[in-house]
Design a binder for this molecule. Structure first.
Ligand code: B12
Ligand code: SF4
Ligand code: SF4
Length: 233
């Protein structure tokens, strides 16, 4: 007999952290991530945030652990690893090498699409969301049984960027880092080291991300934006 689906228990266990269960997918045959026992994972449960709801919880934890390295990654592990163990799965994280394809997973779990910036855009939360981990499971039925119910999967989906004729995100970057060839990381990072960059994007967040009109009410706080920019630059 099937064991009870762990989805509801995972979602409930995450609640105090401000993180949310973002969705489920069945691992692609031939591209399954491996479990610690060397066997392929069959179902993947994605965990992340919609808006900055987790920030106050993380900030309080960080004040109590001021010397920890990579604070957001460390907090994510402290939150998600026990939830994964209780659910009978194995936690993996976006910053761990080799990188797991979190964005490719997310496009299957939630039917999201890529924006011209490389970030996935959510119809309600815009560019203001991200991923903090995933739980891998050995049983494919878990993914099947929930992905069929996932809110956006299989429904008519209007990609916000398709109906955004002006695309202000593409003209907002002071060094034109976004082009059809991709994201010029070195142009961006060099600019961030200048006086203008320190007072602009480093202080108030990536101007290209800021220019997007979708989901603006879910924009991160200044403290969160500064934290992400400092970790990225
Ligand atoms: C390497 C990396 C970067 C690199 C290079 C990005 C690149 N050119 O590919 C750098 C350091 C530049 C970067 C920057 C940022 N990143 Co980044 N990054 C990653 C990381 C760790 C690996 C990406 C990867 O190669 N995966 C392996 C391939 C096989 O997986 P994939 O899903 O199939 O690959 C997709 C991406 O590579 C994507 N992609 C291609 N070009 C670009 C360009 C950018 C800017 C991004 C974000 C993605 C992207 O397209 C692929 C197909 O979907 C992921 C986490 C992860 N494990 O995926 C985060 C991730 C993609 N990054 C993320 C974010 C938020 C950012 C930043 C906004 C951080 C910040 N400042 O807040 C910045 C954006 C730049 C800016 N100006 O602010 C988020 C995206 C969330 C979302 N809404 O989609 C992720 C998923 C991390 C997370 N914890 O959620 N990032
Ligand atoms: S500004 Fe328009 S094109 Fe750019 S990310 Fe937002 S919706 Fe998409
Ligand atoms: S952080 Fe600033 S320089 Fe870098 S891509 Fe965004 S707008 Fe351009």
């Amino acid at each position: 007999m099937d064991r009870p689906h762990p989805g509801a228990a995972v979602a409930a266990a995450l609640e105090p952290s401000g993180l949310v269960l973002r969705g489920w997918l069945v691992a692609e045959a031939g591209a399954e991530p491996l479990l610690a026992n060397g066997k392929p994972a069959k179902a993947i449960c994605l965990i992340g945030h919609l808006g900055g709801g987790f920030w106050p919880v993380f900030s309080a934890w960080w004040r109590e652990h001021p010397r920890v390295s990579d604070p957001l990654d460390s907090w994510s592990k402290a939150v998600i690893e026990p939830v994964a163990a209780e659910a009978g799965g194995q936690a993996v994280f976006p910053s761990d090498r080799p990188w797991h394809p979190f964005q490719a997973w997310a496009m299957k779990a939630e039917a999201l699409r890529s924006s011209p910036l490389g970030l996935l855009i959510h119809p309600e939360f815009g560019l203001w969301h991200g991923y903090r981990g995933a739980i891998l499971f050995a049983e494919s039925a878990l993914g099947d049984r929930v992905s069929a119910k996932s809110a956006m999967v299989g429904q008519a989906f209007v990609h916000p960027c398709d109906v955004c004729s002006d695309k202000p995100c593409l003209s907002a970057c002071p060094v034109g880092a976004f082009s059809p060839d991709g994201f010029a990381v070195s142009n961006c990072r060099s600019y961030l080291r200048t006086e203008d960059g320190q007072q602009g994007c480093m202080a108030s967040g990536c101007l290209a991300r800021e220019a997007c009109p979708v989901g603006r009410s879910h924009r991160y706080s200044s403290a969160q934006l500064q934290f992400h920019m400092a970790s990225y630059s």
